[in-house]
Design a protein. Structure first.
Length: 62
């Protein structure tokens, strides 16, 4: 399961974990952990919060 990246984590270290540049790192609006918030492949909600979501109806039909 994906783990939340603590907001006190250095942005460069968080960027390495997320596979992006430090400029693309920002805060998840749900948990305030760090996520790939900006840029071409931005994911506003962090991987930990997305993993905790129940599957949507659209996902179940696949």
């Amino acid at each position: 399961m994906a783990q939340r990246i603590d907001p006190a984590t250095d942005r460069t270290a968080a960027a390495r974990l997320l596979g992006c540049t430090p400029e693309e790192v920002g805060y998840c609006p749900r948990c305030q952990g760090l996520t790939r918030r900006y840029g071409k492949h931005a994911q506003i909600i962090c991987p930990a919060c997305r993993a905790a979501e129940p599957p949507s109806a659209a996902d179940a039909s696949r």
